[in-house]
Design a protein around this ligand. Structure first.
Ligand SMILES: Cc1cc2nc3c(=O)[nH]c(=O)nc-3n(C[C@H](O)[C@H](O)[C@H](O)COP(=O)(O)O)c2cc1C
Length: 178
């Protein structure tokens, strides 16, 4: 089914959908609700992190996940140099934390409760799940890089209250709750 406003198959040179703009991609793909993660790593200069909603599970055997890093990201090269990262899946009360880790030119860890894991990755307090990985593959894809992570260790918040386990959602360009 064509998206509203689409003009049929506009595949041109190299099959590129010439009529599809970035704004249209955002508007239409924004209808696919996602969770929100903070990808963290421990560098020699201290902890780094960036928000990513492009996270997905890939393979069970071997255990693999992915997220996509924009070529414009200044944090990704720092994570890449370390070769390891932690995916912190944010809970529904962590909207401000998400905004803090998406903002450029600020101390993203200011006031953020976290510990450094045995793998050297920052684990953010209050995250409902944490997936520690090493970078196993990188695939260029347009203006992003598909980063594949081999899972080293995982943990979920085992606290009693189911309310605390609810995820933060990103939907149509805004944060939402279940
Ligand atoms: C909800 C949300 C989801 C995001 N998802 C991604 C993502 O999947 N990949 C990415 O590279 N940046 C994503 N960003 C942008 C980054 O969090 C961050 O703003 C960007 O990496 C710029 O900072 P940096 O230059 O330090 O990397 C997202 C931002 C928000 C608010």
């Amino acid at each position: 089914m064509a998206a509203k406003g689409a003009k049929g198959d506009q595949s041109g040179v190299n099959g590129r959908m010439a009529e599809v703009t970035g704004a249209e991609m955002r508007r239409v793909l924004g209808h696919f609700a996602t969770g929100v993660t903070v990808i963290t790593a421990g560098t020699a200069d201290g902890p780094v992190g960036m928000v990513a909603n492009s996270f997905a599970s890939v393979s069970l055997e071997p255990p693999l996940i992915l997220f996509c890093a924009a070529h414009s990201s200044e944090t990704w090269p720092e994570i890449q140099a370390v070769g390891k990262f932690c995916v912190n899946v944010l809970g529904h009360r962590q909207e401000l934390l998400a905004a803090q880790f998406a903002k450029k030119g600020s101390d993203r860890y200011a006031g953020v409760d976290h510990l450094i894991s045995g793998h050297g990755n920052p684990r953010l307090a209050g995250a409902i799940a944490q997936i520690e990985c090493r970078v196993t593959d990188e695939h260029p894809a347009g203006d992003h890089l598909i980063v594949v992570g081999g899972v080293l260790e995982m943990e979920i918040d085992e606290s009693e209250s189911a309310e605390l386990h609810k995820p933060l959602i990103f939907y149509r360009g805004d944060f939402a709750r279940l």
